[in-house]
Design a protein around this ligand. Structure first.
Ligand code: 4AD
Ligand code: MG
Length: 462
């Protein structure tokens, strides 16, 4: 007999039919003559109730059906008498696939803290919270591909292992097969990477952008969606050492087109979540964040504010707000500043543009003023920066001058520079941090709780 997913069973009207459901026991309650098992198979946050007439079953099996155990149930689908559920299964056959010792099973009781659940990342997907987060995460990944596919963008697979440093932040994980205890040395006593696997020094990528630009100069509109790695030691609720990033890159777009795309993209994704993840969002709203759905709707319904960095600095300096990090023209904004602008001052998502060139990457288009670049960061309530992007410098002379000024090794990116030599074109793009999007959509507060297996400093256990 074929298993039917619980999500499907719960909306079925096929009363009287014989059905098979399989899943993990969330709770079992009842008395000597009748037991009620709440069964969940991950297809939905909702459980199906299995009604067990104790007299018809082997006591020893029923005894072992405890929270966390895995069972297969065949029975009659019936209209439920109880409150809160529409259908239930009157069990006829029960097979116990796997027990879960009530003495040791860590999820025996409800109400664990999120901190505790991080220590059992191998089991936390079985909780309602992580089930909801992971289903929403899937829905958002799907919505991202759908958004771009519907608009004629091509998904470009950019490399994970790279010999160049896109963001120039210098916080990369090295990839090497050399013996760490006894690496080959050159005449100067430095490690001789010419003998390494790739014949040069290589790292895990911090961004697919540089290769994305190559794609845009051929296919017009591309996007990447892959894992990226940053070895910065930032132990914050918004930073991971391994995170996923979505990076569209579009030929002929200027910074205004880029902002239009970013705004429409974010609004479409949030709208998709509201339309397709209702049960999970309602659960998260009830458990964690009473304003969640209201906040999501607010972002979909309101135009984002757009203003230059210089004006934002003005607002921050004139505000009465006490900041931990002082503000002046030229500083990089901290999340406290970003959140002040979004949550207190404008009370809307904000796109800041035209940042000082010294706090941004080499590839951004230089403005006439000689001081700022055509950068754009999208700032969101509760999150701060959710997107970082820019119009790119397409002029070869200006780009090479900036590269030299910043002492970026030209030999590593000669191929990137050739796009400016052969058929250069204005173009723009941005990167959306996937986990920051999921933080926003789920209302969770710590980025470690929106990725199945978080990698952060001193933590890669699972
Ligand atoms: O602003 P970033 O560093 O921009 C880039 O990497 C560009 N190459 C993107 C582009 O123009 N194609 O990163 C982009 C976004 C940030 O806005 C943030 O949402 C996310 O990536 N991000 C992180 N998310 C989690 N953990 C980290 N350590 C992150 N660093 C950046
Ligand atoms: Mg950034």
């Amino acid at each position: 007999m074929k298993r039917i997913k619980i999500k499907e069973l719960l909306s079925s009207k096929d009363f009287g039919a014989s059905v098979k459901a399989e899943g993990w026991v969330r709770t079992k309650r009842g008395n000597k003559s009748i037991n009620f098992i709440a069964l969940n198979d991950g297809s939905t946050i909702n459980n199906i109730q299995v009604v067990v007439d104790v007299a018809n079953f082997d006591e020893n099996i029923l005894k072992d059906i405890t929270t966390g155990s895995c069972v297969s149930v065949i029975g009659k689908l019936t209209e439920s008498q109880g409150q809160g559920q529409s259908v239930e299964i009157q069990a006829e056959k029960i097979k116990l696939y796997g027990t879960a010792d009530a003495e040791t099973y860590p999820l025996q009781k409800k109400g664990h803290t999120l901190e505790f659940l991080r220590e059992i990342a191998h089991l936390r997907p079985r909780t309602n919270t992580f089930g909801a987060v992971l289903r929403i995460r899937h829905a958002m990944a799907f919505a991202i591909h759908k958004y771009f596919n519907d608009r004629g963008f091509f998904y470009l697979h950019t490399p994970i292992i790279t010999g160049s440093d896109c963001e120039g932040a210098g916080a990369m994980f090295r990839v090497s097969t050399l013996d760490p205890k006894n690496p080959p040395l050159n005449e100067d006593g430095a490690i001789d990477y010419s003998l390494d696997f790739f014949g040069k020094e290589t790292s895990l990528t911090v961004s697919g952008q540089l290769e994305g630009e190559l794609g845009a100069m051929a296919l017009g509109e591309v996007y990447t969606f892959g894992p990226t790695f940053r070895a910065e030691n930032s132990n914050t609720p918004r930073h991971l050492a391994e995170f996923w990033m979505i990076e569209p890159e579009v030929a002929f777009n200027d910074i205004h087109d880029n902002m239009d795309l970013a705004e429409d993209f974010l609004q479409s994704l949030v709208k998709y979540a509201l339309e397709n993840c209702k049960d999970d969002l309602e659960f998260l709203q009830k458990m964690y964040d009473a304003e969640l759905i209201e906040r999501l709707k607010f972002v979909v319904e309101n135009k984002f504010v757009r203003l230059p960095y210089t004006e934002a600095i003005d607002i921050l300096m004139k505000s009465e707000q006490k900041f931990e990090f002082p503000v002046s023209w030229g500083v990089d904004l901290q999340s406290e500043h970003e959140r002040f602008l979004v949550e207190k001052h404008f009370k809307k998502p904000v796109i800041l543009t035209d940042y000082p060139k010294d706090i941004k990457a080499f590839y951004m288009k230089q403005n006439e003023d000689g001081k700022t670049v055509r950068a754009m960061d999208v700032l969101f309530p509760r999150i701060g920066e959710i997107i970082g992007g820019s119009q790119r410098e397409e002029n070869y002379e200006k780009l090479i001058a900036r590269i030299r000024e910043m002492h970026i090794p030209e030999k590593d990116i000669w191929w990137y520079l050739e796009t400016r030599k052969y058929g250069t074109a204005p173009h723009s793009g941005f990167g959306l941090g996937f986990e920051r999007l999921i933080l926003f959509v789920t209302g969770m507060l710590n980025i470690r709780d929106v990725i199945p297996f978080p990698r952060t400093p001193k933590s890669a256990d699972f």
